[in-house]
Design a protein around this ligand. Structure first.
Ligand code: FAD
Ligand code: ZN
Length: 472
């Protein structure tokens, strides 16, 4: 590990304030391990600023001394972006966790970067509004991390990605200057929309210190149903049909392959198979009802017709809030069940909806061509064309991990053939920063590098992430 010059450490500690730093390896250690245990970090200094001014002072020192820094929120990122792997200073935003304001008139909430997503949802709920971003890591991930990864999750179908939910940002630039982009207007065509640059930038262009988020009317209730379908082809056709029936009030449309659900029944206590037979694919569908309309009956009718036509095999409606929770638990615990089951290779891809079924077939074939023992455990946000195409090889973990690169490459090639994306919602981090060069044109990469060079000329913000390694 490269050791920091003691005089730089001293300046950084001063900038962070007396309680804003730690050199204690035991305190730093949890920040260096990520969820899947794939990357192991190293850092001798953890900085934990309390306010924007602290971050500005820290970045000024980093700029002046050429010291690299890795921002971290809840450390739930799945591509290693938040992990300092070369002894960089770790900048945790977790103590910047205030909700600065909620405006019912503007329908906005201003949260600091370290606010945990569930806390932002709760603050919106207590004000009688909805902040719709929702993902399985919501109890730990932070608004700063959500903005920096442009997080997606289970409600994108109706409300969009994080990018669509941000009306303003406060960002500290690499030179320590604070950029106030908090105007919060829904219409504003005064030049380039600079805040968009920092959304999904994975901490490589600036440090997000606060965000103004859009609030929505709080649903009066939910219609939640688990639907078994005979084949994946049905999923897309049914989506369009049900959208009509539900006046486009559908908020979630998730898919789970039988194999992925079986892992949940095996590893997650208190879960049980709700269906008498084993259909190949299961959908979890949710409509968020406004107070003036309840879509349950319309959805029941639509699904009854689909059942008559043999398009679906079973439908199980949640009757109580507890039922709803139990259905969501099946979907949300898949990543955990998978982790408990052994080695897996995650692929977070998207393709046009019209090509989902084709991708699932050709993707699995391509994976098995690399390793015949491999199986795909597909689940994800099929309503957005986004699948978590997770590969496992039960009983053959070592062979699977040895074939990681070839498997990832095979999946990426299949995705690209169908004009899909190799990173739909998790970002690139360290996992795919080299792959971007294959799936973005030379012109796009040149422009991205020019942006990086302009905003971070000394390459001190999360170096080596997102863009291909080698040239910063
Ligand atoms: P971190 O992991 O700490 O950081 C993520 C990236 O953002 C890193 O590159 C980091 O350097 C950068 N960063 C963090 N904070 C800042 C800041 N203030 N300023 C600048 N850069 C910063 N993601 C989805 O999109 N959809 C899902 O459905 C989903 N499901 C998940 C389920 C599970 C079980 C888990 C473990 C993760 C899931 N994720 C999902 C991934 C992850 O939760 C998201 O990427 C989340 O947005 C990361 O937030 P975080 O606060 O944990 O960020
Ligand atoms: Zn997801």
């Amino acid at each position: 590990m490269s050791v920091l010059d003691p005089s730089i450490v001293q300046k950084l500690k001063q900038a962070a304030g007396p309680s804003g730093w730690s050199e204690d390896p035991a305190e730093i250690a949890p920040h260096l391990r990520e969820w899947r245990g794939r990357w192991k970090g190293e850092s001798q200094l953890l900085l934990r600023p309390r306010e924007t001014g602290d971050v500005a002072r820290i970045l000024s020192v980093c700029d002046e001394t050429g010291t690299a820094v890795v921002p971290q929120g809840g450390n739930t990122g799945l591509v290693g972006g938040q992990i300092p792997t070369s002894g960089e200073v770790l900048l945790s935003l977790e103590r910047m966790n205030r909700i600065r304001s909620v405006s019912l008139e503007d329908n906005t909430l201003i949260a600091e970067a370290g606010v945990v997503l569930a806390s932002a949802q709760k603050a919106a709920g207590e004000a009688g509004r909805l902040f719709p971003l929702s993902l399985a890591a919501e109890g730990s991930c932070t608004i700063g991390g959500n903005v920096s990864t442009n997080a997606g999750g289970v409600n994108v179908l109706r409300y969009g990605m994080t990018r669509d939910l941000v009306l303003g940002l406060e960002v500290v630039l690499a030179n320590g200057r604070v950029l106030d982009l908090m105007r919060g207007l829904r219409k504003d065509n005064t030049g380039y929309d600079l805040k968009q640059l920092f959304i999904g930038a994975e901490g490589t262009l600036g440090i997000v210190t606060a965000a103004m988020l859009k609030l929505f009317p709080k649903p009066a209730g939910y219609t939640t149903v688990l639907v078994a379908i005979p084949g994946v082809e049905v999923a897309v056709e049914l989506l369009n049909r049900l959208q009509d029936f539900s006046f486009r009030l559908m908020t979630a449309y998730e898919i789970m392959e039988r194999r992925a659900l079986d892992l949940v029944f095996k590893h997650i206590p208190g879960t049980a198979d709700p269906f008498p037979e084993h259909p190949g694919w299961t959908l979890l569908i949710e409509i968020s009802n406004p107070s003036a309309f309840d879509a349950t009956e319309a959805l029941e009718q639509a699904l009854a017709r689909a059942l008559e036509e043999g398009r679906i095999v079973h439908a199980l409606f949640a009757k109580t809030a507890r039922d709803r929770e139990a259905l969501w638990r099946l979907r949300e615990t898949i990543p955990e069940a998978q982790r408990l089951d052994g080695a897996s290779i995650a692929n977070d891809i998207s393709v046009p909806l019209s090509r989902i079924a084709e991708f699932i077939r050709s993707g699995e074939q391509a994976v098995r061509a690399v390793l015949p023992e491999a199986r795909v455990f597909t689940f994800g946000h099929v309503g957005d064309g986004n699948l978590h195409f997770a590969v496992q090889a039960p009983g053959h973990d070592a062979a699977l991990l040895a074939a990681r690169e070839a498997i990832e490459r095979a999946v990426q090639e299949e995705t690209a053939k169908l004009r899909g994306s190799i990173s739909a919602e998790h970002g690139l981090g360290l996992a795919k920063n080299d792959a971007i060069a294959r799936y973005r044109s030379a012109d796009e990469i040149t422009l991205m590098r020019a942006l990086k060079q302009t905003l971070d000329p000394k390459n001190i913000l999360n170096p080596g992430k997102l863009l291909p390694s080698g040239r910063g």
